[in-house]
Design a protein around this ligand. Structure first.
Ligand code: VGL
Ligand code: ZN
Length: 205
């Protein structure tokens, strides 16, 4: 059975010192590197936002970071500018072993739409191509790790389950924003309820 590891947004801006730092975000890198060795395919997603992106509070005069913007059906949390291509913050963490990566999926590239999930943009309609890649390879078993547990990891896991994949969430290889406080625990429980298996990277798959 072929299986793939999805490494979500292990970028400098989500690590300590970055624009949208996740506490201890960088601490998962060594475990992610060793985990990657035991998968047939390794995919990294990356947040890849134009400067005029809808999710940046700086693009909405009078709005502050972590305020919520309602646009149609979508509730958009506003963030500091982050992961703008060409800036250091958009790069993968320098210690992430990029030699293991088979595919890189950029997401959130259109100014008007955010994309937390590695599979669909936040309209839940526009695919990133990841599902097609995996299905074409006959891969049905996924493990998901990376940043942030309660945003991009969560939405990636939930979409993967909806698309019919068997999903392991690697608990020691994720870290969360935890906004609003308690969000990480709530999202972990939601993922588990939906059918994700919470595993440790040492557990045999
Ligand atoms: C993320 C907030 C905004 C993430 C991305 O990778 O979890 N969170 N953009
Ligand atoms: Zn983002």
């Amino acid at each position: 059975m072929k299986k793939a590891l999805i490494i979500v947004d292990l970028q400098r801006d989500f690590c300590p010192g970055g624009a949208l730092a996740v506490k201890d975000g960088d601490s998962i890198v060594p475990a992610v590197n060793s985990l990657a060795k035991s998968f047939d395919k390794v995919v990294a997603t990356r947040d890849w936002h134009p400067k005029n992106h809808i999710s940046f509070a700086s693009n909405h005069p009078g709005k502050k970071v972590q305020e919520i913007l309602k646009t149609g059906d979508i509730e958009q949390v506003l963030w500091p500018d982050h992961c703008v291509p060409g800036t250091p913050g958009a790069e993968f963490h320098p210690d992430l072993d990029q030699r293991t990566l088979d595919l890189i999926i950029s997401k959130g590239t259109s100014p008007k739409l955010d994309s937390y999930s590695g599979f669909f943009e936040n309209d839940h309609l526009t695919p990133t191509g990841l599902d097609g890649y995996l299905k074409n390879l006959g891969i049905n078993d996924l493990a998901v790790c990376g940043l942030a547990t309660d945003y991009c990891v969560f939405y990636t896991v939930m979409d993967a389950i909806k698309l019919g994949y068997k999903v392991d969430l690697v608990s020691d290889c994720v870290r969360g924003v935890d906004f609003p406080p308690g969000n990480v625990q709530e999202r972990l429980e939601e993922m588990q309820k939906a059918g994700a298996r919470i595993v440790a990277s040492e557990d045999p798959a």
